[in-house]
Write a new protein. Sequence first.
Length: 106
Amino acid sequence: MVAWITESGSIDPGKLPIDQIMEKTLDSDIDGFNDACRILQSMHIHGKEGAGIFLLGLLHHFKDDLKRLIGVVEGLQLFRTKQCADALILELRRVKNSNTTRVYIN
């Protein structure tokens, strides 16, 4: 049995290997990217702190791609850390409000 499958047969997101999920964030498919952001969120919530740090880093990496930034911010919505709050406040200051950016800012 693999380490991330529990005895009851469910998945423990805190024990999932992160490498493949990180690679999925570089996928050209936006749906695959958004799935990866949600998995990173779940991993962070279940104790894998590195998944949250990686997700925060995606804010900078995709700073010019609003579609991907929406997925990143949605992945960060359950984070309750000062670092996350600071990063999101910086995003609000960085991104100019326009018709194009309004969905992201909201």
